[in-house]
Write a protein that binds this ligand. Structure first.
Ligand code: DLL
Length: 447
């Protein structure tokens, strides 16, 4: 294994196989977690510096050395990294281990330009499965459950990440992947899983699939849905819980930091995902000034991974906007608020900043309107315009949907401060998600 002048304080083989009970690190106090973080940060900074040329050059350029790290606040001495930092190292130059020690390679979805490559050693895969299993148990899954996994398999980390986590917990995994909605419905009816893993918008597509064959999605075996990979609101949680009569919990993660399982939500309190701080040190920064923010203040989430071997991650800017909150059911680990959006998904409409999740929240407060909508941004006569194209609910008349649309426009004006227009679409006419949904279509000229 790759050498490092500081011994690695983390030995994954000591992590118990039995995932049905909380593990020692999950239950640690805040003081214990911070002392663990101190040791693990010291290791990871040295390890990255000594084994990845790009980190060595970056730290040197900032005049900082791993030995400058003496206490947790010293992490702020180190420079941020971002997708661009990883892209420059495409495909394998950011790896800290020889390929002979790599056991898996994934790549981020990257809609534009080069994808980002991420890699895992045997130990990294153990840690990943352990943390996903921790999230699943925390959300209410139990060993022996049957689990329908509708996250996409392949280069995307969702499918395989969730798969090995569910196996680690002791569950029987049904590896459906995304798409083939009719088949998904059939498998849920035939195999009677207790849990479904999916993006929130794809679960709505599956609900349509049930209705299409005249089945009520409330009458399935499903009890729990563990949803993530895209922003979703508490209104969407209620919509999904009503539709399927399940408990819906959040799971958060990103490929560069690990994949799903960086944070998971309690099925009891449903009060936001706890970030597993025995493996990831989060910070919130002001995305404009780069200043670190206090707990509770909104900003961009930044992560340092504490135990990763193949791809060390130091102060990685996620672009995800949220805030840190004290832990509740796991007091040693802080929670994250809902992700309001990504700084690169922000729509600037005639000078007003808004996120698709704000529209989702308001849409789902209007009973006549369905959760199926897209945002079309245009610039006729050099003036930005946003049109919400949204399906009416099946049992609702066109007139009632039009009245609902007026109510929606009013609440957008009063809460966000933007004017928009609405176009009501017929049920089941808009494109459906089979994974991460793209809600915004920006037709404005670039530049
Ligand atoms: O989406 C990993 C994942 C798979 C998480 C399955 C949860 C479930 P990426 O494709 O790299 O990885 O995309 C990461 O997705 O930076 C967020 O913007 C968004 N995201 C992920 N989980 C959530 C969530 C996976 N629970 C990017 N809420 C992240 C809001 C989320 N956004």
């Amino acid at each position: 294994m790759t050498a490092c002048s500081v011994p690695n304080p983390y030995i994954p083989s000591l992590v118990a196989e039995d995932r049905s009970q909380p593990d020692a690190e999950e239950m640690m106090s805040r003081d214990q977690i911070e002392s663990l973080q101190l040791d693990r940060l010291r290791w990871t900074l040295h390890y990255a510096y000594e084994n990845v040329v790009a980190y060595r050059e970056l730290f040197d350029a900032h005049g900082v050395h791993p030995s400058d790290f003496k206490d947790l606040p010293d992490l702020q001495l180190f420079p941020y990294t971002d997708k661009e930092f990883l892209r420059k190292a495409y495909p394998f130059k950011s790896l800290a281990v020889p390929m002979a020690d790599v056991r898996r390679i994934h790549a981020s979805s990257g809609t534009t330009g080069q994808p980002t490559v991420v890699a895992y050693t045997h130990n990294d895969l153990q840690t990943w499965a352990t943390l996903v299993a921790r999230c699943f148990r925390f959300s209410g899954m139990r060993p022996g459950d049957k689990v329908h996994n509708a996250y996409g398999y392949g280069l995307f980390t969702g499918g395989l990440g969730a798969h090995y986590g569910a196996e680690r917990l002791g569950c029987a995994v049904i590896p459906m992947s995304g798409g083939q909605t009719e088949k998904q419905v059939q498998m849920i009816l035939d195999f009677e899983p207790e849990t479904i893993l999916s993006t929130p918008t794809y679960l709505l597509t599956i609900a349509d699939g049930f209705r299409k064959i005249g089945r009520d999605p409330r009458q399935t075996s499903l009890r729990t849905a563990i949803l993530g990979a895209e922003p979703w609101t508490d209104e969407m949680r209620r919509e999904i819980e009503r539709t399927f009569e399940v408990d819906a919990c959040d799971i958060y993660g990103l490929s560069e930091v690990m994949g799903p399982g960086v944070a998971g939500e309690s099925g009891h309190s449903k009060d936001g995902s706890h970030i597993w701080e025995d493996h990831f040190r989060p910070e919130i920064i002001d995305p404009f000034t780069d200043q670190v923010q206090d707990t509770g203040r909104p900003g961009e989430l930044v992560f340092t991974a504490l135990t990763k071997e193949a791809l060390p991650i130091i102060r990685y800017r996620t672009h995800d906007l949220t805030r840190l909150l004290p832990g509740t059911e796991r007091p040693g680990h802080r929670r994250m608020g809902r992700i309001t959006g990504r700084s690169d998904d922000m729509i600037i409409l005639r000078g007003v900043n808004l996120f698709p999740s704000q529209i989702e929240e308001l849409v789902l407060q209007v009973p006549e309107l369905s959760p199926h909508f897209t945002l079309e941004i245009t610039r006729p006569d050099r003036l930005d315009q946003m049109t919400i194209v949204i399906e009416r609910r099946e049992q609702v008349s066109i007139e009632a949907a039009e009245a609902g649309a007026q109510q929606l426009l009013h609440s957008i004006k009063t809460t966000i401060g933007s004017s928009a227009t609405v176009r009501i679409a017929e049920p089941d006419t808009l494109a459906r998600s089979s994974g991460k949904l793209r809600r915004v279509h920006d037709h404005r000229p670039k530049g």
